[in-house]
Design a binder for this molecule. Structure first.
Ligand code: C2E
Ligand code: MG
Ligand code: MG
Length: 631
């Protein structure tokens, strides 16, 4: 009366899977452990489904107790199966509430209650009963479906909610499919309970999970047995913060060139050999290949990775060549060691630090060895945080421009101001430009940042009567990166056009770095001057100065860098006064930066500076503070 023709092939298919799955190496993480549990429970459930169907059909050949035990176990496994599918969803989505102990307790309650029901059914008869006529379903038999549907519904809710951020679209679709198949399986079981079709649907659901999450090939470097960087990232996310770990990584010098010299095929063989060497030499550690000739050895079980011995072993092996099929590969490596101790930081940060430091040692002649501890991570985390705040400020148009007054050197009356960019962290505290401008210059955001500062300044000029504030112009800084932009003149003109202010109020500050490409410089300045802006040379004396080149540039003002000003105020000599008189002969007016006390102000006026800027007069103020103070 039971039809086993679907269950048996399903079971065989599943066993095939398990064989393949266990054959390849797997990262020891929670997702993989849950999947193994899922496979084992699935196999046992199908076996018990077959067994229980068999004893129910031939109940006369077995004692009542045997029939009951097998049925109770089968039903328990049936509930467990629903639960483990759900558990798999939570391990891949990792919703926040999963760490909550109440949720952990709550999610098991339906499972526990239904298993109690299954195990007590021989006495209560709630789920099923066995008498002299054989097996009968009990009055609460449908609980079987309710529990299953409950876990399916929970899985879908989690994917719909938290899954949106945690998973890729493809992965979400796979989980929907998996749960839909499980649901169809229960419907089949409900309509044709004796056909045992549900097992087939469960195996299909397992197949989907396998194909979209579990295929070991996803995590292996192509055609080899070393884990790839995807596996590394996942593993780091898994153990980071849970247990202490140490990393020893190394990079083959000049990998790209070497790959060209030896050829891709030889090099792939070499990478494979290095991988095998590492697996053999450090069998208890996890070995990863993090692309471009970079390997990572991770001691995730706190085996007290013995740095010196390991370093020596690796170095020694690289002293002799690797015998690829058609070539002997002579390779050099540099290493990176990471031990964060108790400074547990986000896995992303660790991954970035690792990638960056490997990049640093990847060239011959670069540093030979980098050791990284918790303090390095803190500074790198700070940078990540600043990056995030910078992105936010730029995306949401929140970059602020503070104003620092510039005064007349003779009477200390305000005459102009410099706009200085500011962004804020999540608490509203100000982040100084010294920490975000270099980042913005590296990632290209400096262009938008500069646009926003100019926009703030234009609005300020259009909304205030500058003459009442005593301000004749406002200096705006232009980074050398902005300066290289071909259409900078159009960009500046279009921002100005929005408020319709006269560009003569804006003095653009450029530094000497912008002067390196002379043809570009002159072309840019000429174009921008046509729109009516003036130019100022900032930070003179900070870097490499070339007076001959300066002469050609139509600056109206040169700002002496505060390092020169401070040096002069401590040890006055002839150099600065001479330089200033040369500038004045060339027709530039002079501003001294970094004036911090009365004496400095006096000295700089004495040697011919026209304008002064510094904390002695005022630090940079918000626009509102500035208006309040100077109107
Ligand atoms: P900078 O253009 O040379 O600006 C002057 C810097 O010196 C400002 O620092 C100012 O607060 C500081 N300063 C002024 N007087 C004194 C003083 O008496 N003592 C000391 N110790 N410092 C003084 P800030 O605001 O931190 O800006 C640093 C640099 O960041 C600027 O140097 C400029 O190169 C860059 N920067 C600021 N805003 C922008 C911007 O909107 N765009 C670009 N591209 N760079 C900017
Ligand atoms: Mg400046
Ligand atoms: Mg300056």
């Amino acid at each position: 009366m039971w039809d086993l023709s679907y269950a048996i092939p399903s079971l065989l298919l599943l066993i095939l899977f398990i064989g393949y799955y266990f054959f390849l190496p797997r990262v020891p993480n929670k997702m993989n452990r849950t999947f193994i549990m899922l496979l084992l429970i699935e196999v046992t459930t199908i076996i018990f489904n077959l067994l229980s169907s068999w004893v129910d059909m031939h109940y006369m050949d077995f004692s009542k107790g045997v029939v009951e035990i097998i049925n109770s176990l089968f039903f328990s496994l049936f509930f467990l199966r629903a639960y483990v599918f759900f558990l798999f969803t939570t391990t891949v989505v990792k919703p926040d509430f999963c760490n909550d102990i109440y949720f952990s307790m709550l999610k098991r309650i339906p499972l526990q209650l239904s298993i109690i029901m299954a195990l007590t059914s021989p006495w209560t008869g709630l789920l099923y009963s066995v008498d002299e006529k054989g097996y009968h379903s009990g009055p609460y038999y449908r609980v079987l479906y309710l529990v299953f549907w409950l876990y399916i519904a929970l899985s879908i809710i989690i994917v719909l909610g938290e899954g949106k951020h945690a998973l890729q679209k493809r992965e979400r679709i796979s989980l929907y499919w998996c749960n839909t198949l499980l649901f169809i399986g229960t419907i089949f079981r409900l309509l044709a309970p004796r056909v045992l079709m549900m097992n087939t649907f469960c195996v299909l659901a397992v197949t989907i999970l396998y194909l979209s999450f579990e295929n070991p090939d996803f995590y292996l470097e192509k055609r080899s047995r070393i884990f790839n960087s995807r596996a590394l990232r996942q593993y780091l996310e898994e153990i980071n913060g849970v247990k202490p770990y140490k990393i020893l990584a190394f990079a083959i010098h000049n990998y790209r060139d070497i790959r060209q010299i030896y050829g891709a095929r030889q090099m792939d063989a070499g990478i494979d050999m290095i991988g095998s060497f590492l697996i053999e030499s450090f069998p208890k550690m996890e070995i990863f290949y993090y692309r471009s000739g970079r390997f990572v050895i991770l001691d995730g079980d706190d085996l007290e990775l013995d740095l010196d011995t390991m370093k020596e072993k690796i170095q020694k092996r690289f002293d002799s060549p690797w015998n690829a099929p058609d070539a002997e590969l002579f390779l050099d490596v540099s290493m990176v060691y990471i031990d964060l101790g108790n400074h547990i930081k986000s896995a992303d940060t660790v991954f970035n630090i690792l990638a960056e430091s490997l990049e640093k040692v990847a060239n011959a002649g670069s540093e030979d060895f980098i050791a990284i501890d918790g303090r390095d991570v803190i500074s790198s985390e700070k940078e990540t945080l600043i990056k995030r705040n910078l992105e936010k400020a730029i995306e949401q148009n929140l970059v602020e421009a503070f104003l620092q007054p510039i005064v007349d050197a003779k009477n200390h009356k305000i005459i102009g101001a410099e706009a200085l960019a500011r962004i804020r962290d999540d608490e509203g505290n100000i982040i100084p430009p010294g920490s975000f401008i270099p980042i913005a210059e590296r990632n290209g955001r400096i262009n938008q940042l500069g646009e926003q500062v100019l926009d703030r300044v234009c609005n300020f000029i259009s909304q205030n009567d500058l003459s009442k504030l005593g301000v004749n112009w406002i200096n705006v800084n232009l980074s050398p990166i902005q300066f290289m932009r071909q259409n900078l003149d159009e960009q500046l003109a279009s921002i100005i056009a929005k408020t319709g202010i006269n560009p003569k109020y804006i003095h653009l500050e450029v530094t000497e770095e912008s002067l390196i490409d002379e043809t570009l410089l002159l072309k840019q300045i000429e174009n921008i001057q046509k729109s009516g802006f003036y130019f100022v040379l900032d930070d003179y004396g900070k870097g490499y100065s070339n007076l001959a080149r300066l002469r050609k540039c139509p600056f109206i003002n040169v700002k002496i860098d505060m390092s020169l000003v401070w040096e002069y105020s401590k040890h006055p000599d002839e150099m600065l006064p001479n330089m200033i008189s040369t500038f004045k002969n060339l027709g530039f007016s002079i501003t001294a930066e970094g004036i911090e006390d009365e004496n400095m102000a006096w000295m700089m006026a004495e040697i011919g500076c026209d304008y002064l800027q510094g904390f002695y007069f005022s630090k940079a103020l918000t626009m509102d503070e500035f208006v309040e103070k100077y109107s």
